[in-house]
Design a protein. Structure first.
Length: 279
């Protein structure tokens, strides 16, 4: 074979391999390279737990750096939709193409699955919101359950059910527990979770109902007196692989990590509970 014929053969082979990888056939087998960036497009409400999960994944995957791109709601969907016609994804804030999507709640993932912006049937539930009872950190004795609150005549700070998901879920709990009548006149309605926290710290209310992950953020000032175990439908948070994820092997490893023992321990430490069926 002449030199030029050999060169043409090499070029054809390289182009064929590049086309194979770009079309997705070879992406599955690409290992994590040194200093590889792994980008998660996420809701800002999940910042703390995702930062912890990212740090844990980095510790177990040398050379991988997890970057979080925060956006929310429709903007996040538009961000991913903008990648529809790109084979390698778009770049954000210099971090790299999106690997995984982590919106707040599962509604957006369902929409993205319908548009095939994320791989269908590939969502991985990893965390669920949990309602907790909080009191000032310095308070030694406090009611640890809704029944105890009812018996002891405590005043309870709750979020407005017409304004927030927290308020709607709290109202759902009180209705299911049939405690609305016994707590009548003792419910201190705040605009949102921040208001609930302020009312508890100021003494306007004896105890407040907020999410566990919000209590973790306030652990220098508040402590969890009890957990609301039933009476409401927790919001489940899932992640899904972006359909043009540049390294599917690494994506699968990350999604397995968040559902594995190390990832789930981090989820609990961040104040969430484990979704039903994943415990």
């Amino acid at each position: 074979m002449s030199y030029y014929a050999y060169a043409r053969t090499v070029v054809r082979t390289v182009l064929a391999l590049v086309g194979f990888v770009m079309c997705g056939g070879g992406v599955h087998a690409v290992p994590a390279s040194a200093d590889e960036t792994f980008v998660i497009a996420a809701s800002p409400s999940l910042r703390e737990v995702l930062e912890r999960l990212g740090e844990g994944f980095e510790r177990s995957h040398a050379g991988v750096k997890v970057r979080l791109f925060f956006d929310s709601g429709l903007s996040l969907r538009q961000t991913i939709a903008g990648m529809e016609n790109s084979m390698v994804g778009r770049y954000f804030v210099g971090s790299g193409p999106i690997n995984v999507v982590a919106p707040g709640g599962d509604e957006l993932i369902t929409r993205l699955e319908g548009k095939y912006y994320v791989l269908p049937d590939g969502r991985r539930p990893y965390a669920a919101d949990q309602l907790v009872l909080v009191v000032p950190e310095s308070l030694v004795e406090a009611p640890g359950s809704l029944d105890a609150i009812s018996r002891e005549g405590a005043r309870v700070a709750v979020a407005d059910r017409s304004r927030t998901r927290l308020g709607a879920q709290t109202d759902e709990v009180l209705r299911a527990s049939q405690l609305q009548e016994s707590l009548k006149g003792r419910l201190d309605v705040a605009t949102d979770s921040r208001g609930v926290i302020d009312h508890v710290l100021s003494g306007q209310a004896d105890v407040g109902i907020i999410y566990g992950h919000e209590a973790v953020r306030q652990q220098q000032r508040l402590r969890v007196a009890g957990v609301v175990e039933k009476g409401y439908q927790p919001t489940v948070h899932s992640m899904a692989m972006e359909r043009y994820c540049p390294n599917r092997t690494l994506c699968e490893e990350f999604l397995s990590y968040i559902q594995g023992p190390d990832g789930q321990a981090i989820v609990r430490q961040a104040g969430y509970t484990i979704p039903a069926g994943k415990r």
